[in-house]
Design a protein around this ligand. Structure first.
Ligand SMILES: Nc1ncnc2c1ncn2[C@@H]1O[C@H](COP(=O)(O)OP(=O)(O)O)[C@@H](O)[C@H]1O
Ligand SMILES: [Mg+2]
Length: 472
């Protein structure tokens, strides 16, 4: 027992304990020396008494010291993170109290650490969920943190690089320096990121309110302007195309007006022919304007969810009836096959009519003469997925329009729904068209979360299939 305690205490290495025993025994030593000096006690009795005092003090101090030593070891273990060790059992009240206090402090810090970790994880998740790049920089412009969008845009190992090396734009660096030197609290600018990025970007650089504390002193939020520029370019291309398409018939008309006013002034036959051409061109212009207005109206309605009960079968019959004269003129018949029990769908009836009209009209225009056009209406369990737009889940109505004709090449198939795109073969055959019918159809389908598939073979002809969800 004694040996165990001594080992536990490790007296030899514990100079603190020995010193404490000696200091506690010091007054007794002084008293014994005085008693010997005053001849009141024999030196050997004094020595014996002093030895007894030392032994007594050792025994008296040992349990406490032993327990304190254990408390010390326990705290060291907690501090070195070797958690899992249970707190030792103490008999001394003081040691118990100290251990309990340390224990509750340890639990408190564990709780705090967990809360901090959770906070950091959620902060990182929030930053990573932002679509635009965000960077945190220190006083020297070194990147300390970057959200997912930044890492994807710039480099996965972006941290510790300097903004100067990453963006290489003098205007941008000047703006960053202004904020870092506290000459300005925030700076915004549009700049061209050089090097690998090679992009036009918008940046907002902001000093943090706790500028003097911590390492992060400023935050840079970036916005990639190239996407917006692509949209702008598409819009300006569209305006340019539309103007070009309108200018062509207009110049034909004005050319003939001039001819009729001058050289063909008295030529009756020429007048007839020219007026016919002019009427055709005017008709084309009004169709083009009508299509352009339609397209813009449908684009504007894109965010409105269609909500009318729509009878697709009735619409198909109305459209084919109206087209029958035009079809007959080309020696074509239109067959409509409707599967049993086609439900009404929730849609924009007027737009569905326009969609069916555009597809059936194309079949009449581009199908071979004489031949048969077949329109099938069926119910399907699922709309085939689209790579470019959102498609509704669940049951749908499929309208297939088939006409006989030469196979459309894969290159043409890919481009059919582009605005103003017309196949060269049809332009050469002088078949009238604006090249907007299928892009209008695509916009209507997108609004309805449906889909459009096209298949074309030499033998079966060309089939356009439109899928419209029954419920949106
Ligand atoms: N059923 C079809 N068969 C063959 N080619 C077609 C068919 N439908 C459309 N096309 C081709 O796709 C082009 C674009 O069609 P569309 O957008 O309706 O414009 P438009 O009919 O006014 O020319 C047409 O010019 C034509 O070349
Ligand atoms: Mg068309």
């Amino acid at each position: 027992m004694w040996l165990k305690k001594v080992r536990q205490l490790d007296v030899e290495s514990n100079s603190g304990f020995v010193t404490r025993v000696l200091i506690l025994s010091l007054p007794s030593a002084f008293i014994f020396i005085m008693l010997v000096v005053l001849n009141l006690l024999e030196p050997y009795w004094a020595l014996l008494s002093y030895a007894l005092t030392v032994i007594f003090n050792t025994i008296f101090l040992m349990p406490g010291s032993s327990e304190l030593q254990q408390v010390k070891n326990y705290i060291n273990r907690l501090a070195s993170d070797s958690v899992g060790d249970d707190c030792p059992e103490f008999s001394e009240q003081e040691a118990k109290d100290i251990a309990a206090a340390v224990n509750s402090m340890h639990k408190f810090w564990l709780y705090k650490t967990d809360a901090l970790e959770a906070q950091t994880i959620s902060d990182t998740a929030v930053l990573d969920s932002l679509p635009d790049p965000i960077l945190m920089i220190d006083r020297s412009g070194n990147i300390l943190g970057a959200n997912l969008a930044s890492r994807q845009l710039i480099d996965s190992k972006i941290t510790d690089k300097n903004v100067e090396d990453v963006f290489g734009s003098n205007n941008f660096i000047n703006a960053v320096n202004k904020v870092l030197k506290k000459e300005s609290a925030a700076e915004s600018l549009v700049f061209y990121a050089q090097g690998n990025l090679n992009k036009k970007m918008y940046a907002h650089i902001k000093q943090l309110p706790w500028f003097s504390k911590g390492r992060t002193v400023a935050v840079i939020s970036l916005y990639d302007l190239s996407k917006a520029m692509t949209v702008e370019k598409m819009q300006s291309d569209f305006v340019a195309n539309a103007s070009h398409e309108l200018r062509t018939p207009l110049s034909v008309i004005s050319g003939f007006i001039e001819t009729l006013q001058t050289s063909a002034k008295h030529d009756e036959d020429a007048r007839e022919t020219f007026l016919k051409i002019m009427a055709d061109q005017a008709e084309y212009m009004s169709q083009l304007i009508e299509n352009l207005l339609s397209l813009s109206r449908i684009e504007l309605s894109q965010d409105k969810v269609p909500n009318e009960k729509t009878d697709v079968c009735k619409i198909v019959k109305e459209v084919t009836d109206a087209l029958s004269v035009k079809a007959a003129a080309r020696n074509m018949d239109i067959d409509v096959n409707i599967e049993d029990k086609i439900p009404t769908i929730i849609a924009d009836s007027q737009q569905v009519k326009q969609l069916v009209q555009n597809l059936a009209d194309n079949a009449v225009k581009y199908g071979v003469s004489p031949s048969r056009i077949t329109i099938d209406i069926k119910q399907v369990a699922q709309i085939p997925p689209s790579k470019t737009f959102n498609v509704a889940k669940g049951k749908a109505v499929a309208i297939s329009v088939n006409n006989k004709g030469p196979k459309i090449s894969p290159e043409d198939l890919k481009r059919l729904t582009e605005r103003f795109y017309r196949m060269q073969a049809h332009k050469d055959l002088n078949i009238k068209g604006t090249g907007l019918g299928l892009s209008i159809a695509k916009q209507i389908i997108m609004r309805h979360k449906g889909n459009l598939t096209v298949s074309s073979t030499g033998y079966n002809g060309t089939t356009f299939t439109v899928y419209l969800p029954i419920k949106l």
